[in-house]
Design a protein around this ligand. Structure first.
Ligand SMILES: Cc1ncc(COP(=O)(O)O)c(C=O)c1O
Length: 404
């Protein structure tokens, strides 16, 4: 089967440093998973062999062990593995009680699945704009919406921890309490992130993670997981992921097949002990970009700077799933970098309220000005733990040359 186009967009071949004083590179990829594989190859092959020897490929001991290990690492008491981050969102929404006829509020500036999972749960997405410095869901706009009183059937808030930085969970907890809503995290991009001293995954009633191959903690295929502190929610999700079946060939309700494969769980268990180190390396790479962009005179928070890095929120421990800047003449810059084989990506070129598939929600261009502006300006630069500072220098020099 053909791989999703998304994967090809992200994964470029290993860069080949050229010798010489100019520090030029044949390419700098957005993400180079081969460098990670080189570090953990032996461990991964042993883990896959363990599953092949056991001949137990779906759920089972590997998945249960991963669930325990991820629950422990996020501070949640329960974890339920499943087939993707999209399925994790769907399971989480159903488990917390979202039903047909309800609505769920989320950001308009996210991957499509944040909203499609709501639809799949039978509910209607309510989309709200972002705040401009982090591009996370804006709590002030959410509060305005809630105080406006136009939310019949609103059941849950679904903030997304965009690019690896937690949304303002103080504000969303307060609003959820005041308006009697359930708080669910879309933590697909945020494994290892935290808000104050609490980890993403333990900040709401349930949280969805994705282990898509480009994520900070990534499987060798599709995989996802939900964390929760509620044992009943967890049991319900275990049934839902297996056709709503509490025991063989008995189906209490309509679930789906979205079980997690043992091979994916085994690979993830190899990688999990490295995630703190890898996330710290991402943070170091982000600090290096900040420094290099500032030193080059390109970056500042002022509106007329050619390149503006996004803000770090003081209470958030950011794990830089992506390092994103706002750039003037973004599309021309991207083409210039592409000509030098420097990988970049746009997350996201079209906010959810303008997606053709959501036309039925009735939003119009101009409804969410911050997201629409962000969609025109954002550019993600190469980011992965093994990225070399010399490669980053080359990226920043190239950006400087474009604006010179
Ligand atoms: C914010 C967000 N939510 C949900 C998902 C869906 O995860 P998956 O691709 O594993 O289904 C993703 C992954 O791309 C994501 O970035």
């Amino acid at each position: 089967m053909t791989q999703p186009a998304r994967l090809f967009l992200f994964v470029a071949p290993s860069s080949i440093p050229k010798s010489g004083a100019e520090s030029r590179f044949a390419s700098v990829p957005m993400l180079d998973l081969a460098r990670q594989y080189a570090q953990i190859r032996e461990e991964v092959l042993v883990a896959i062999e363990r599953v092949c020897s056991a001949q137990h490929f779906i759920l089972g001991a590997e998945v249960e062990a991963l669930e325990r290990e991820i629950a422990a690492s996020t501070g949640a008491s329960e974890a339920v593995g499943c087939a993707s981050g999209t399925d994790a969102l769907w399971l989480a929404l159903l488990a917390v009680g979202v039903r047909p006829g309800d609505s769920v509020l989320t950001t308009t500036f996210s991957f499509f699945a944040s909203a499609t999972a709501i639809v799949r749960a039978g509910a209607r997405p309510v989309l709200v704009d972002i705040e401009p410095h982090t591009l996370n869901l804006d709590p002030i706009k959410v509060e305005e919406y809630l105080r406006g009183g136009k939310f019949p059937g609103l059941r849950a808030l679904l903030p997304v921890h965009l690019y690896g930085q937690c949304a303002d969970m103080d504000a969303f907890e307060r609003l959820a309490r005041e308006f009697g809503l359930t708080l669910v995290e879309d933590a697909a991009q945020a494994i290892g992130a935290s808000w104050r001293d609490r980890r993403a995954g333990s900040l709401g009633s349930a949280a969805a993670f994705s282990f898509y191959p480009t994520k900070n903690l990534s499987a060798y295929g599709d995989a996802g997981l939900v964390t929760t502190n509620d044992a009943e929610f967890a049991e319900h999700m275990r049934r839902l992921r297996n056709h709503g079946s509490p025991r063989r060939y008995v189906h209490d309700e309509l679930g789906w097949n979205c079980r997690l494969d043992a091979i994916q769980a085994a690979v993830l268990r190899v990688k999990l002990p490295y995630i703190e180190k890898w996330n710290q390396q991402r943070r170091d790479r982000a600090a290096a970009y900040d420094r290099l962009l500032t030193q080059s005179g390109l970056a500042s928070a002022t509106i007329d700077a050619p390149v503006r890095p996004l803000a770090m929120t003081p209470h958030a421990h950011h794990v830089y799933h992506q390092y994103v800047v706002r750039a003037q003449r973004r599309d021309d810059l991207r083409q210039f970098l592409d000509d030098r084989k420097i990988g970049t990506e746009i997350y996201y070129p079209l906010p959810l309220h303008l997606q053709p598939a959501f036309a039925y929600l009735g939003y119009r261009e101009g409804d969410m000005p911050e997201s629409e502006r962000a969609a025109r300006e954002v550019l993600a630069l190469p980011m992965f733990p093994e990225l070399g500072e010399d490669e980053q220098q080359w990226v920043v020099e190239s950006i400087a040359e474009f604006y010179s």
